[in-house]
Design a protein around this ligand. Sequence first.
Ligand SMILES: Nc1ncnc2c1ncn2[C@@H]1O[C@H](COP(=O)(O)OP(=O)(O)OP(=O)(O)O)[C@@H](O)[C@H]1O
Ligand SMILES: [Mg+2]
Length: 328
Amino acid sequence: MTASPQEAEPLIAIRNLSVSFATGAGPANVLRNVSLDLGRGRVVGLVGESGSGKSTLASAIPRLLPRNLSRLEGSIRYGGRDLLALPDRELAALRGTRFAMIFQDPMAALNPVFRVGTQLVDLQRAKRPKDRRRALLARAVAMLARVGIPDAERRLSDYPHQFSGGMRQRIMIAAALLAEPDLLIADEPTTALDPTIEGQIVALIEELRQEYRGTILLIAHSLGLVSQLCDDVVVLYAGTLVESGPAAAVLGDPRHPYTRALLACEIGAGVIRRATLASIPGEVPDATRLPQGCVFAPRCPQAAEPCRAAVPPLRALGGGRSVACALV
Ligand SMILES: Nc1ncnc2c1ncn2[C@@H]1O[C@H](COP(=O)(O)OP(=O)(O)OP(=O)(O)O)[C@@H](O)[C@H]1O
Ligand SMILES: [Mg+2]
């Protein structure tokens, strides 16, 4: 078994991260006091219902936050520095070189007006400034072939819109890997794809995992995907980290009632369904009107008096696991 991220110095250490956005209804407190480590070489799954703050957490690392950001507190340590305190220019230099992102919509990452080959060459420049264009093109062709683009060499001169959605997703994965980032952030990369293509992309990510040595933060819709692909799992609920730890341990023996509810939603009829988390009664609270105490208490079947009195702190359980529940 690999060492848990707590044992070695993590690639990224997030401490007490709080993020709020200004809205017409007052500040939306989208992340509150989130602390977690992304271990080196680990694949970390980030799960939680829609609106839990998953994309916000992922975007806070390269500091790609919306303009109505009104509060950004805590720290995100990477390579001995706090990314939240880094000047814009230094951070911009890390994006696309040390951090790469793949999204649900590949057109968000690919530039529609440049040929795919040009884009795949340009993003390698930062790490390989002395290499000739021809060598970088050859690496691009090899990577495209690797992610399953037929006739890769000829297709270098095509534009992104000339590829199907599934193929664009593969190109985006190739682009992210060609940059050789320390951290690859994948925000629900398969959700927009039909089930067959989704299966192929998941299989591809699983295969590439063996070769890519960096850390992956994978925002996933389903716990099935997390159990298949991830070493660690982080469960977010209404901007609060409720449980985290090695995926096998957390999913095999979830401690937080929210994690249990998520699992119960997916394990229907004895199989892990592809369907998402629609069936926990109640809904994620509005980030401008969070309840007192534990954020999950209003929906929690076990909620008791202490749950409504104070926000339960995240406590270490041993074995790299943590949980924030007054009843555990
Ligand atoms: N710029 C913004 N201004 C105000 N509220 C925002 C802004 N961006 C996000 N939010 C709110 O923050 C919360 C978290 O959003 P986020 O997109 O991070 O959730 P998510 O977990 O990624 O959800 P999904 O699974 O739907 O992608 C939501 O309630 C969302 O409405
Ligand atoms: Mg999201």
